[in-house]
Design a protein around this ligand. Structure first.
Ligand code: IMP
Ligand code: MG
Length: 373
C-alpha cells in the first residue's frame, strides 16, 4: 500500500506533474509543494475548466478532506499567493482554510523580482525573483515569512482573514505521521541546483527527493517516487539540450503538444527523447517508477527516434561534456488508446532505464490515464 508518494520530473519540466498529482491527490490526506516558487505553472482541469497552479499544490479542491501545504523549501511571493488563493476561492469557496504555509519559508520581494529580470536574462529565467530570493537565503540575509507574521504585516492579515494557516511542519508532525502525503515537486531533476547537468542554466531549488527532506519532512518514509516524462523533450530557457531539434518535425510536435510555457508563454524548445539524460535523472532524483504523459502527441508518426546513449557514462554534471548522442528508432503507434501498440516503446524505456513505467497518459481527461499492469 502507498501511504506517502512524490511526483517529480525527470526531464526539463512541463511533463504534467501537476495533472498527475491532481489525479492522485484524492487518495491522500495532504498535498505538499516542497520546492520552487511561482516559476512553475502546473495545469489541471476540474470539471472541464482549466486551472494553473503556480504556488499552490495541485490538490483536487473538489475533495473537502484534502489539505495543502507549502513547505519551507519554497520561496514565496506573498502577494502572488494571495492573488492565487483569491482566484481559487471564486470556484471553491473556503479553500483558503485548507491551505497551510510553513512560516519558515523565505519570501520573494519586489527587489528580488527586479534583480532577477535584470541579471538572469542570459539564463532566460522566469523573472519571478527565484534566484535572488534563494541567494539571499543562503547568504543568510533573507527574510522568512515568520518575520512578516511577527510584524503583523498587512498581507499576512489578509491571508489569515481568508483562513490560511501559518504552521511549521513539526507543529503538526503527529497529524502528518498519521496521514498520507503526496509531495508535488516543481521544475525538474535536470534543472535541480545540485544535479542539473547544465549549471548555471538551472533553477535554484532542490528538485530531487532531497527537497522533501530539506524542507523538514525527515519523518516521512516515501513508498513511491514517480518520475514524469514525455515521449519527446521540451525545454524553456537557455542552456544545452544535446538532442534538440529545430525543424518541421519539431514545429509539428510543438503545435500538437501545445508546447508553450504556462508561466511565461514562451515557445518551448523541442528535442528527441533523451534516455541517457533520463537515466541520469532517475538516479539523481531518487525515482523508482516512471509516468509517461502526452503519448497521444506521437500518434501516427511512424517510428520514434530516441537517444539511448551519449557514447560515455554520465555520473555527474561534470560528465556532460563531449557528448556524442547515439540514436535508435523504436516502433511507434497509430493510436495510443490502443495500449498494446505502445508495448515495444514502453519495454524499450523500461529496459534501458531499469525502471518500470507504471502510468501513461493518452489525452487530457482522467479517462486517458492508464495504469499499466
Ligand atoms: P528560474 O527558476 O526562474 O530561476 O529559471 C531558471 C531556469 O529554469 C530557466 O531556464 C527557466 O526557464 C527554467 N524553469 C523554471 N521553472 C520552470 C518550470 O516550471 N518548467 C520548466 N522550466 C522552468
Ligand atoms: Mg510547467
Amino acid at each position: 500500500m502507498i501511504k506517502n508518494a512524490a511526483v517529480l520530473d525527470v526531464q526539463w519540466g512541463d511533463c504534467g506533474k501537476g495533472r498527475i498529482a491532481h489525479w492522485l491527490s484524492p487518495n491522500f490526506d495532504w498535498c505538499v509543494r516542497q520546492n520552487g516558487s511561482s516559476n512553475s505553472g502546473h495545469v489541471v482541469y476540474r470539471d472541464d475548466k482549466k486551472y494553473t497552479h503556480h504556488l499552490l499544490p495541485s490538490a483536487d479542491y473538489r475533495c473537502k478532506y484534502l489539505k495543502s501545504f507549502l513547505s519551507s523549501g519554497m520561496v514565496i511571493n506573498l502577494e502572488e499567493l494571495l492573488e492565487e488563493i483569491l482566484l481559487f476561492e471564486q470556484d471553491f469557496p473556503g479553500i483558503a482554510k485548507s491551505i497551510y504555509v510553513d512560516p519558515d519559508a523565505f519570501v520573494i520581494t519586489p527587489e528580488h523580482i527586479q534583480e532577477d529580470r535584470e541579471k538572469n536574462k542570459h539564463i532566460q529565467s522566469t523573472g519571478k525573483g527565484v534566484q535572488p530570493a534563494y541567494t539571499d537565503k543562503v547568504a543568510r540575509k533573507g527574510t522568512r515569512i515568520y518575520h512578516y507574521i511577527r510584524d503583523n504585516a498587512e498581507i499576512i492579515k489578509k491571508l489569515k482573514e481568508l483562513g490560511v494557516n501559518f504552521t511549521p511542519v513539526l507543529q503538526i508532525k503527529s497529524v502528518l505521521e498519521k496521514s498520507s502525503i503526496l509531495f508535488e515537486g516543481a521544475q525538474s531533476v535536470l534543472l535541480d541546483i545540485n544535479a542539473g547537468p547544465d549549471y548555471p542554466y538551472v533553477t535554484s531549488s532542490d528538485c530531487t527527493v532531497s527537497g522533501i527532506y530539506s524542507s523538514g519532512f525527515n519523518f516521512v518514509k516515501l513508498d513511491k517516487v514517480y518520475g514524469c516524462m514525455k515521449p519527446y523533450l521540451t525545454k524553456v530557457g537557455a542552456g544545452y539540450m544535446p538532442t534538440e531539434i529545430d525543424d518541421d518535425y519539431a514545429d509539428m510536435l510543438r503545435k500538437r503538444g501545445n508546447e508553450f510555457g504556462n508561466t511565461t508563454g514562451r515557445p518551448r524548445r523541442i528535442g528527441v527523447l533523451d534516455l541517457a539524460a533520463t537515466k541520469y535523472a532517475i538516479q539523481k532524483g531518487g525515482i523508482d517508477s516512471l509516468i509517461i504523459t502526452k503519448m497521444d502527441i506521437m500518434d501516427g508518426l511512424g517510428s520514434i527516434k530516441v537517444c539511448h546513449s551519449y557514447g560515455k557514462d554520465v555520473f555527474s554534471p561534470s560528465d556532460f561534456v563531449d557528448l556524442r548522442p547515439e540514436y535508435n528508432n523504436i516502433s511507434g503507434w497509430t493510436d495510443s488508446k490502443n495500449i498494446k501498440e505502445l508495448k515495444p516503446f514502453i519495454s524499450y524505456i523500461e529496459t534501458l532505464t531499469s525502471t518500470r513505467v507504471e502510468l501513461i497518459s493518452t489525452g487530457v481527461t482522467d479517462s486517458d490515464l492508464h495504469k499499466l499492469a
